[in-house]
Ligand binder design. Structure first.
Ligand code: UD1
Ligand code: CA
Length: 458
């Protein structure tokens, strides 16, 4: 069920697309579902901003059911009739409860089958049950459920019940659709509550049971932003634990933000306040220093990312050193053992093995060979106001500081570019290129000037 608006979030985006652990709520629930049934048997009921929701998750290969008007969780299942009628059993998951695990869904399904129930709900014992529907069992030791009472309809005694409805269910499809028409909207929200099926089935003498989960944290829903951030923190910490269990160290893991799909090799050290996002892969024996933000990038074994670096869709070779304060933009490929230093920005470049660009430089749309030294303040002028042009630099080139290389341009192997040159013509292999005014020195000029000024002082 993923059709709701999420009114309590006060957002223009649908609730199930809000992100925790680096991906939308719904994507987590779909991942749990497709771990136990094939995508072709998974249906997302969508409604509010349906197109956005569909686009965000359609690559999972699941199906969609449109609930154009959202008239409650019971109504969501009414709308899904045609999609589900040919199945024997259906598992119903809440699109806003992303911590659910495949194991728990499987246990719910197995229990439902073994008890031959019409409806089985997953429940949990919470220390603070506020906001959730309460489970009324037929007796203290009974598996059977009399009713589910929504928070708004509870009397004071029911409010004290700490066993809550998780919003995860298993239903036998035939009895569900034989009786779902008995639901009414006579309640605080004027909606069709799926939870009222407990009542409906009891009146029909069909079996309704509850399975209490051993891990209540798994069923937490995210109705408010505060709840969502609690779930995010739990997921981030679980991810850090997984990375540490696999052999990497994370200092002060509670300060790091690491997305679900990130991989980190053994003996890598991650310092406080690091973000590793998207499909980032970090090799073994690396050190990722504080305040670095790395998105969709690959870092080779033994590389160092010094503090405050930003990497976006970049590849960094083994043993390379990046930062502090480097900005590697999309398409940056930094060779083995290369250095990219302070305040260096790169975009769509190849920097060869062992080459260095250590200070205050912009390298864009460039192919740079091995063993090259790019002096401080070098700029590739890659943009003429309309088009982007390429700079090609051979192996073992020395580019003096403060040079501007006006692309398209080629600098041959082993060439030298004198400091502060503006290079507009290709430089052949082994040559020296100077592109600057010749120095003139006027002996005694400054001294004479100072003396002349002093004589005018009163
Ligand atoms: C629901 C349960 C409550 C349970 C809680 C667990 C009902 C009436 N109540 O309450 O007993 O304790 O979940 O988290 O079911 N949705 C639709 N179409 C709709 C309405 C909702 O698809 O017309 C979807 C929402 O997008 C959401 C899910 O169903 O993913 C649950 O809806 P929500 O409004 O969050 O229900 P709760 O108030 O949390
Ligand atoms: Ca909810």
């Amino acid at each position: 069920m993923a059709a709701g608006k999420g009114t309590r979030l006060k957002s223009k985006y649908p609730k199930v697309l809000h992100e925790v652990g680096g991906k939308p709520l719904l994507a987590h629930v779909i991942a749990a579902a497709t771990a136990i049934v094939p995508p072709k048997d998974v249906y997302a009921i969508i409604g509010h901003e349906a197109d956005l929701v569909r686009k965000a998750v359609e690559q999972t290969g699941i199906n969609f059911v449109l609930q154009a008007e959202q008239r409650g969780t019971g109504h969501a299942l009414m709308v899904a009739h045609d999609a589900l009628a040919s199945y024997d059993q259906v598992l119903v998951l809440s699109g806003d409860a992303p911590l659910i695990t495949p194991e728990t869904i499987q246990r719910l399904s197995d229990f439902h089958f073994s008890q031959k129930a019409a409806m089985t709900l997953l429940s949990a014992e919470l220390s603070d049950p506020a906001g959730y529907g309460r489970v009324l069992r037929k007796g203290p030791k009974s598996n059977e459920v009399k009713a589910i009472v929504e928070e708004k309809s509870t009397n004071p005694a029911q409010k004290k019940i700490r066993e809550i409805n998780s919003g995860f269910y298993a239903f036998a499809v035939k009895p569900l659709y034989a009786r779902i028409g008995d639901l009414t909207t006579e309640n605080a929200h004027h909606e069709y509550y799926l939870t009222d099926m407990a009542n409906v089935f009891n009146r029909a003498k069909a079996k309704v049971i509850a399975l209490k989960t051993a891990n209540p944290a798994e069923i937490l829903g995210s109705n408010t932003r505060a709840e969502m951030m609690e779930i995010d923190a739990l997921m981030r910490m679980a991810k850090c634990r997984q990375i540490m269990a696999a052999g990497a160290s994370i200092f002060f893991p509670q300060t790091c933000v690491i997305d679900a799909e990130v991989e980190v090799g053994t003996d890598t050290i991650i310092e406080p306040f690091v973000q590793l996002l998207g499909r980032t892969r970090i090799g073994s024996g690396c050190r990722i220093r504080s305040y670095s933000v790395i998105l969709n990038s690959e870092i080779g074994d033994g590389a160092t990312v010094r503090p405050g670096s930003i990497l976006d869709d970049a590849r960094v070779g083994a043993g390379a050193i990046i930062g502090p304060y480097s900005h590697l933009r999309p398409g940056s490929e930094i060779g083995e053992g290369a250095h990219v230093g302070n305040f260096v920005e790169t975009k769509n470049i190849k920097l060869g093995k062992g080459s260095k660009a250590n200070h205050l430089t912009y390298l864009g749309d460039a192919e740079i060979g091995a063993g090259v030294n790019v002096g401080a303040g070098t700029i590739t002028c890659n943009y003429d106001g309309v088009h982007k042009h390429k700079t090609e630099i051979g192996d073992n080139v020395f580019v003096g500081s403060d040079s501007t290389l006006v692309a398209p341009i080629k600098i041959g192997n082993g060439a030298y570019v004198a400091a502060a040159s503006c290079i507009t013509e290709d430089v052949p292999e082994g040559a020296l290129a100077l592109g600057r005014a010749r120095q003139t020195t006027k002996e005694g000029w400054a001294k004479a000037k100072r003396e002349a000024l002093a004589s005018t002082k009163k």
